[in-house]
Design a protein around this ligand. Structure first.
Ligand code: NAP
Length: 273
């Protein structure tokens, strides 16, 4: 039955930045669908862990600053997470930052840090997770053979969900590193899907429109920008983290096993105008 394809019983998900904002919405959505959830962020988020446990799932907090982590440390973290949770099936690359400053004055730190966290760490974390997913499916040779036998891949061995943005499509205003990083995320999503779809790993992205979180607090505090943005959203309101939950569960479950490399906008119609 089709609804059976939307369950995550026995699966383990890792959600970066999963303790607040959109990430908390992803953590609780995956838990509601049946997954145990590892929340990775800088602050450690006891309330988010409690929220997942209250849904009857196991939850862990991993406190780590992804900006400070080397690719090797990212690999160690992911290996450790899978070891502690017993496996790893789903990664949501959600942790992200934004810096606003006119391009002409843009500082090196505002460029480097945004590109590092929003794009480079998405790559290294996806690479680390794919290695774990391939290992737990019996190794590269077994996974390749499964993809090649019988005329194509029959089952997925893992799901990677990247968080893109409207600025994966548009230029935005005074956020050059953010636009570059999120446009890169859409491209990276296609690149990884192209390589890993044959192995059984679905890589896709969600592009949220304008959502009421800390990330957009500055925009919402500016009456002119806030009205300008709201006036362009056909749905007539800012998005809420719950608006993203259906698409996240879809991309995490067997329901999306034949979906690879796409970026799905969830934007109240923003891109139609
Ligand atoms: P948010 O409320 O600012 O939350 C950001 C999350 O990322 C927090 O959980 C934070 O953890 C984590 N994080 C930041 N720096 C980190 C680091 N160095 N290491 C580990 N974790 C770190 O942002 P949001 O609005 O929920 O956005 C989540 C994602 O959606 C981002 O990628 C953002 O670009 C994207 N997005 C948001 C919107 C929107 O309208 N809000 C629209 C499009 C795309 P701590 O709690 O430890 O700081």
């Amino acid at each position: 039955m089709i609804l059976d394809a939307f369950t995550l019983d026995g699966k383990v998900a890792l959600v970066t930045g999963g303790g607040r904002g959109l990430g908390l919405g992803f953590s609780t959505a995956l838990a509601q669908a049946g997954a145990d959830v590892v929340i990775l962020d800088r602050s450690g988020s006891p309330e988010a862990v409690e929220a997942v446990e209250a849904l009857g799932r196991r939850a862990w907090s991993v406190q780590a600053d992804l900006l400070a982590a080397t690719p090797e440390q990212v690999q160690d973290l992911v290996t450790q997470v899978a070891g502690e949770a017993g496996r790893l099936d789903i990664v949501v690359n959600n942790a992200g930052i934004i810096r606003r400053e006119p391009a002409i004055d843009f500082t090196r730190a505002n460029w480097d840090e945004v590109i590092d966290l929003n794009l480079s760490k998405v790559f290294y974390l996806s690479q680390a997770a794919a290695r774990v997913m391939i290992d737990q499916a019996g190794g590269l040779d077994a996974v390749r053979a499964a993809g090649e036998s019988g005329g194509g891949r029959e089952r997925s061995i893992g799901k990677i969900i990247n968080i893109a943005s409207m600025l994966s499509y548009q230029g935005g205003k005074i956020v050059p590193s953010y636009t570059a990083s999120k446009s890169g995320v859409a491209g990276l999503t296609r690149a990884l899907a192209s390589e890993w779809a044959p192995l059984g790993i679905n890589v896709n992205a969600i592009a949220p429109g304008y959502f009421a979180t800390d990330n957009t607090a500055q925009l919402r505090a500016n009456p002119e920008r806030s009205a300008e943005i709201l006036g362009r959203i056909p749905a007539g309101r800012w998005g809420r983290p719950t608006d993203l939950q259906g698409v996240a569960v879809f991309l995490a479950t067997a329901a999306s096993d034949y979906v690879d490399g796409t970026t799905i906008p969830v934007d109240g119609g923003w891109l139609t105008r």
